[in-house]
Design a protein around this ligand. Structure first.
Ligand code: HPA
Ligand code: ZN
Length: 342
């Protein structure tokens, strides 16, 4: 089958995106537009110069730019424009459901009200659902490089909005900030009826994945690729069918793997882990969700059944209700059956 036909097969598969930081979808063109709007002097002379700076050596080198970039997001319309641009792009890639992370503390620390951030993203998600038919969930994340007290204060601030959130999550600098630091915050969130997810095992060790499961009681692990270093953990993840929201291009950009050909996604898939493909911070990592699927399909020589399994896992691991999951899974089966005949 030609490359074009493979791309079209993957594009048509209904896919859920479960690991996407909305601040990481800020494209340089919008950065410059918003800088102009707010009278901010850009730190880079041009869109090209900003894009050229996206050359990272590890997670922290990315986060430094990512937090600086968010400075142009100031009013409700900015958050709306950011989110609409992502939804338009995701729709073109065949994303039918998205579970969006956002970082309240990145904005409240700059004096932007939580209500402003929430209103812009939420209005765009509703507009996007109408325009593109994409269903959605919102998942505020706590920044793990800040204190547990700061996270607890943030949780208190967002509790009045909790009916709008499917879960809370944990992101930012992983090394030296184990999930155990946030045990009390996540216990409080769970008492309030919120589910939990956490980044773990991206740069941090497998023990962090265990802590996220046992102390934070997460429904999914974000990244989790370092699980392979602990055989007993891999067996548990398979047994309990804990989803790992893998982000292949992110892992290469942040030097977790040198090349896409070195990524462990295919090995994890073959062992029966519930893995799927996500874009993480697509503006910074050079690709949206379809680019990620195509990169692993080519780099790891994935078959059509492999790719269909990734799409199936994305739907099954989502926070959609069972009826909605079954509708999308039936569509995947129909496409996969067609796909196996050519
Ligand atoms: N890891 C940790 N924190 C993040 C990431 C990530 O991949 N993206 C945005 N914040
Ligand atoms: Zn992430």
């Amino acid at each position: 089958m030609s490359n074009d036909a493979t791309a079209e097969f993957i594009r048509k598969l209904p896919k859920a995106e479960l690991h996407l930081h909305i601040e990481g979808t800020l494209e340089p063109e919008l950065t410059f537009e918003l800088a102009r709007k707010h009278g901010v002097t850009p730190k880079y002379p041009s869109v090209e110069a900003l894009r050229a700076a996206y050359d990272f050596s590890d997670l922290q080198s990315f986060l430094d730019l990512y937090y600086a970039g968010a400075d142009v997001l100031r009013d409700e319309d900015d958050f709306h424009a950011l989110t609409m641009a992502y939804l338009r792009r995701a729709h073109a890639d065949g994303v039918v459901h998205t579970e969006i992370f956002f970082d309240p503390q990145t904005h409240t620390a700059r004096g932007i009200a939580f209500a402003t951030v929430f209103a812009g993203i939420h209005r765009a998600l509703r507009d996007g659902e109408r325009e593109f038919g994409i269903s959605w969930r919102m998942i505020p994340n706590f920044l793990r490089h800040l204190s547990a007290d700061d996270a607890m204060r943030t949780l208190e601030e967002l509790l009045p909005y909790k009916r709008h959130f499917a879960a809370v999550g944990l992101d930012s600098s992983e090394r030296g900030h184990p999930p155990s630091k946030f045990t009390a915050v996540f216990a409080r969130a769970r008492r309030e009826g919120l589910r939990t997810v956490a980044h773990a095992g991206e740069e941090g060790p497998p023990e962090y994945i265990l802590e996220a499961l046992d102390l934070l009681k997460v429904s999914r692990i974000d990244h989790g690729v370092r699980c392979e270093e602990d055989e007993a953990l891999v067996e548990r993840l398979v047994r309990e069918q804990i989803p790992l929201t893998v982000c292949p291009l992110s892992n290469v950009k942040l030097c977790v793997y040198k090349r896409i050909e070195d990524h462990n996604l295919k090995r994890l898939l073959d062992r029966g882990l519930k893995v799927m493909v996500n874009s993480d911070d697509p503006s910074y990592f050079g690709g949206y969700v379809l680019d990620n699927y195509l990169a692993v399909q080519r780099g790891l020589n994935l078959s059509k059944p492999d790719v269909a399994q990734l799409a199936r896992n994305s739907i099954e691991a989502s926070f959609l209700d069972t009826a909605a999951k079954n509708r999308w899974l039936a569509k995947i089966e129909a496409l996969a059956a067609q796909g196996s005949s050519d």
